[in-house]
Ligand binder design. Structure first.
Ligand code: SF4
Length: 404
């Protein structure tokens, strides 16, 4: 079965790219870049790539004015080369999330089952297509029962491979219908799995071989068009990278304050979100309940999730607002430990590891709740400030007392 050229242009991450654009695949990257920037379309390709970076740095959920034509292939390949050259995990995650979300939205909008089947086939997924849709169980909402139907089943090995990084409970294999080794998936779920494939295609590992990277950048920077584009992206990044810092999103006065007041288990989840990594179900619940307990505004809590690959603003808003209404108490330390979310050891945090209270280690109390961590830290900071104030006051009074 052969996939159409049009689909490859639309979704250049498809394996069939190699078949249709064999000539590109065999060229060394430097030669490919030189060819792009000598072509009459060079400005347009560079603009489109820059547009993707701008959208990612602005934390948009879709690429504005995204065009689907044969230049798309060049945009995609150039994007990957620039990500390699930038060698920055934060940027790579942002681009991978945005680009894959864009692909998801496009496939969902098109909602063309035959395209989805062709795409899945090209990706080597073992899937079955049913037309008309096949029934596989019941959906029960209150007293209302309706049959579940789908056009697709996917082999459980492929399902597991693609869903391994998707942390939602409902995507676990045990929560899905599995018959004869095939999982019944709704069209939307299959598209979501494909999105995960696209995201992984763009997740280039940071390289430790800095010498080769430097030599590569030096070589490609001789191509003026590439150098101009690369420099523009770098200066955009310098301007915007502060905004990537979660301290701004959650509206705390300074990074120092956040680092000293928050326990390691919270910092770890915020760090993952900042890097655009997927969060496990319990990590999501924990961070929402914790921040809401500290009365962070709902909007700021929602924005923390905006960097995640499967972010859906409407759904997240509903979930955060619901949690706010329910006033849930965040997990206590024992629960976080059993969930593997306690980071006391990793961060070598003294308060978490040795507790508080007396100087005598045998009388020290162990921390039971992460909110207690914040209170103790706040108390200590206030005491320290008071002490420093009194010390300064005493110093000011000393010469005066000596003169008396
Ligand atoms: S001891 Fe408690 S507050 Fe500290 S990292 Fe572990 S779970 Fe978090």
């Amino acid at each position: 079965m052969s996939i159409s050229n049009e689909l490859v242009n639309r979704y250049p991450w498809l394996p069939s790219l190699k078949k249709y654009y064999n000539d590109i695949g065999e060229k060394p990257p430097v030669e490919f870049i030189a060819e792009i920037f000598n072509s009459p379309d060079n400005h347009q390709i560079a603009e489109r790539v820059l547009n993707i970076f701008k959208a990612a740095f602005d934390n948009l959920e879709e690429i504005p004015n995204y065009q689907i034509d044969n230049l798309n292939v060049y945009v995609y390949l150039l994007l990957k080369i620039i990500l390699y050259a930038l060698n920055n995990k934060l940027i790579t995650n942002r681009i991978a999330n945005l680009y894959s979300k864009n692909a998801y939205s496009d496939m969902e909008r098109e909602n063309n089952e035959s395209d989805i089947y062709e795409i899945s086939h090209d990706l080597g997924l073992k899937i079955n297509y049913y037309d008309p849709p096949i029934e596989y169980g019941l959906k029960i909402v209150k007293d209302h029962r309706e049959p579940r139907r789908t056009n697709f089943t996917i082999h459980y090995i492929d399902y597991l491979r693609l869903a391994s990084n998707l942390r939602d409970e409902y995507r676990k294999l045990t929560n899905n219908t599995l018959i004869n080794g095939f999982v019944f998936v709704q069209n939307k779920t299959l598209i979501r799995l494909i999105q995960e494939y696209v995201r992984n295609k763009l997740l280039i590992e940071e390289t430790d071989d800095k010498a080769s990277l430097k030599a590569f950048i030096k070589e490609v920077s001789r191509i003026q068009g590439f150098k101009d584009l690369y420099d523009k992206i770098l200066s955009l990044w310098v301007e915007r990278k502060e905004d990537f810092d979660f301290t701004f999103k959650i509206d705390i006065k300074s990074k120092e304050e956040l680092l000293t007041l928050y326990p390691p288990c919270v910092l770890e989840v915020l760090k993952k979100a900042e890097e655009g990594q997927n969060l496990a179900h319990h990590e999501r619940l924990y961070i929402v309940w914790f921040l809401l307990a500290l009365e962070y505004p709902v909007e700021n809590v929602i924005n923390i999730f905006s960097t995640l690959p499967d972010f859906d603003r409407e759904q997240t808003t509903y979930q955060v607002e619901y949690a706010k209404r329910k006033n849930y108490t965040p997990y206590q330390c024992s629960t976080l430990k059993s969930l593997g979310l306690c980071m006391a050891e990793k961060y070598k945090d003294e308060l978490c590891l040795t507790g508080y209270g007396s100087k005598d280690p045998t009388e020290r109390k162990l921390l039971k709740h992460p909110l207690a961590y914040v209170r103790i830290k706040q108390y200590r900071t206030e005491k320290e400030e008071e002490y420093l104030k009194n010390l300064a006051k005493r110093k000011l009074e000393e010469p005066k007392n000596q003169n008396d």
